[in-house]
Design a protein around this ligand. Sequence first.
Ligand SMILES: Cc1cc2nc3c(=O)[nH]c(=O)nc-3n(C[C@H](O)[C@H](O)[C@H](O)COP(=O)(O)OP(=O)(O)OC[C@H]3O[C@@H](n4cnc5c(N)ncnc54)[C@H](O)[C@@H]3O)c2cc1C
Length: 393
Amino acid sequence: MDRFDVAVVGLGAMGAAALYHLARQGRRVIGLDRAAPGHEGGSSHGESRIIRLAQFENPAYTPLVERAWALWDDLGRAGGEDLIWRTGMLEGGLPGTPIIEGSLRAARENGLPHEALTAAQARARFPAFDLPDDWSIVFQPQAGLVRADLAMRLHMAGARTAGAVVREGAVVQAIEPGGSAVRLVLASGEAIAAEAVIVAAGGWIGELVPELAPWLTVTRQAVCWFTPARAADTGPDRMPVFVLEDETEALYGFPDFMGTGVKAASHRLGQRLGSASDARQDAGPSDAQPIAEALARLIPGAAGPLKTLKTCLYTSTPDDEFIIDRHPADPRIILCSACSGHGFKFASAFGEALAQMTRAEGVPAPFRAFGLGRFGSLQASLPPLGEVPAKRG
Ligand SMILES: Cc1cc2nc3c(=O)[nH]c(=O)nc-3n(C[C@H](O)[C@H](O)[C@H](O)COP(=O)(O)OP(=O)(O)OC[C@H]3O[C@@H](n4cnc5c(N)ncnc54)[C@H](O)[C@@H]3O)c2cc1C
């Protein structure tokens, strides 16, 4: 049986980042994924994710994003490409909308630059937008997009170069604590031993660690790309990333920074899935219609014909936060479920912290808020730690 210092189960944004840090620290590490990293069945595919220093979800996130931003810059420099495009971010909604109130609070508490704009000021500065006159509108300059697919490639390439063993198409079916090592059993029947295991299985984590399943909801999210109606207004120099919430939609999206179109989607939860394996690339016109309508209403300069549609998975906790903790029954097993629709921007910093956790005891202070304790007592007996049902393997 092959034996490693650390095994990383799942090579999406979180697992790839952890693998990168572990390999560069000279650890003997293996990363396993049921498919090929960057595949379109999980949560980490596609060209872009929003990054912003003022987080409407929680003001305490700002130092974590600052660390992540620095690490993305390092990774981009090493790869010879800018990983972050700083476009600024426009947030808008009726006065009192939680997104606006939360963003203002986070900016104030962290001393971050931000501007309150009237709708007329927003129209003059960012002409693609036409927001209602009675809205509260905030512009934060320290925001933009992370090139997600490039980040995935650079983490995986860096990990491989530093000596990580990568197994694609390897489905981990069970994680079994043992005396001297944790044992991973693959669908092929092969077993792998590791002194520590990071489980970053995205939408599948509740199948591999069933104790987590009651706290996680996996949903199918549709994402659209539109040919801009006015291309001159929708480039990254004229159009920031955005989150806009009105009575019918919570629309977020990106300028046309790659010539692929303006990307836009709804942040509201989509169709709930029984298993992440049920997801398909099957988005169609009924997915696009509410997005197209909101775009036409709020960003007419972007609202040309629909170009492309994709699906992606959200794995959400009841408080729309993350899970980073040790398994209550075996501290060598480290759990990471960092989605709730806003985890990608943190992946570089979360990967660094997960790697650190394989060497030290406990959970680093900034990550304790993501502990399992907030869900009440979890089942403390580990075995059986959950086998992926055969039909899903
Ligand atoms: C539409 C959409 C928009 C988003 N927008 C933003 C945004 O603007 N900003 C932001 O910060 N975040 C955003 N997010 C969230 C972000 O993308 C996620 O937080 C992040 O991608 C989660 O990565 P992950 O590694 O946890 O999961 P995944 O990327 O799903 O990776 C998990 C991996 O585990 C593998 N796996 C599962 N089970 C097994 C097994 N048994 N054996 C082996 N391998 C296994 C899977 O194949 C998969 O590759 C968005 C997400 C979506 C879906």
